[in-house]
Ligand binder design. Structure first.
Ligand code: PGA
Length: 261
């Protein structure tokens, strides 16, 4: 588990985009796991810039999103289908048939969840999964208490998540209470994980994820079990870490780090 602390949100966005671009450039038909929410917006803006200005090529990339609200159709402005289309897909050369976002309106959720899991496998598994973190420590919509072995399924959102996400809706009552989400077990099977977090409201969840025991009460702590996970944090999100100086020391002394560090 690698912890990298940056001064600003912009630096997190640039650094995480560089990781995504590296994987795409080394494996043009890579499978990319994507997240929604405010946090990855800067990363997506930078990927769009790289596509337009540097020719970053998505034509053979497949994507799988982590989650979707139950009951919102793809054209609903708060659906994650809509979010992804507006903030990434319509700006890059991805093939529509290579894009996967869980369905919020299927008539058979159980069958859909199984299909989604099978589809990830058919595509060769996720090479790189982008993650955010909820203030309650969730990854995707795996709320506290979710099994660390869970697979794609319907989850009931926690009150904290509904409060956090109410800002995107006209009123709190409009926030769906169910979501379809990849499980923690699904996420852990990705070959590489990157988790992005900024802002003081993520500081406790980040500390639980990195420095407290692995627990279903903070599903992001499952990253401790993954062989290749990196957390990109700003100083606010990192502000409660006890070992912060050590993480900064590791980065400064990394082979290849600038001599002046
Ligand atoms: P946010 O959401 O990026 O909007 O803070 C993160 C999450 O809930 O995973």
């Amino acid at each position: 588990m690698e912890v990298v602390i940056y001064r600003t949100y912009e630096e997190i966005s640039m650094a995480s985009a560089a990781v995504v671009a590296d994987v795409i450039n080394s494996k043009p038909n890579m499978v990319l796991g994507l997240a929604t929410g405010s946090t990855p917006l800067g990363l997506y803006t930078e990927l769009i810039r790289m596509h337009k200005e540097e020719g970053l090529d998505f034509s053979h990339v497949s994507t799988f999103n982590l989650d979707e609200y139950v009951g919102l159709s793809p054209d609903h402005p708060q659906s994650y289908h809509y979010f992804m289309h507006e903030n990434l897909f319509k700006h890059i050369n991805i093939e529509p048939q290579n894009v996967h976002v869980p369905s919020g309106t299927t008539s058979n959720y159980h069958a859909f969840c199984q299909w989604y899991e099978n589809r990830i496998e058919e595509c060769g598994g996720i090479d790189l999964q982008v993650l955010g973190i909820g203030s309650d420590g969730h990854i995707a919509f795996n709320e506290p208490g979710s099994s660390l072995g869970s697979r794609t399924r319907i989850k009931t959102l926690s009150k904290e998540t509904i409060d956090d996400n109410a800002r995107f809706f006209d009123k709190r009552e409009d926030v769906p209470i169910y979501a379809i989400t990849m499980g923690v077990g699904t996420v852990l099977e990705a070959r590489k994980l990157i988790l992005l977090a900024n802002g003081a409201n993520k500081a406790k969840a980040i500390t639980d994820a990195i420095e407290n025991p692995v627990s279903s009460m903070c599903t992001a702590s499952a990253l401790q079990l993954h062989p290749d996970s990196t957390l990109f944090l700003d100083t606010d999100a990192a502000s409660q870490l006890k070992m912060r100086e050590y993480y900064e020391w590791i980065q400064a002394k990394k082979p290849g780090a600038p001599a002046s560090s």
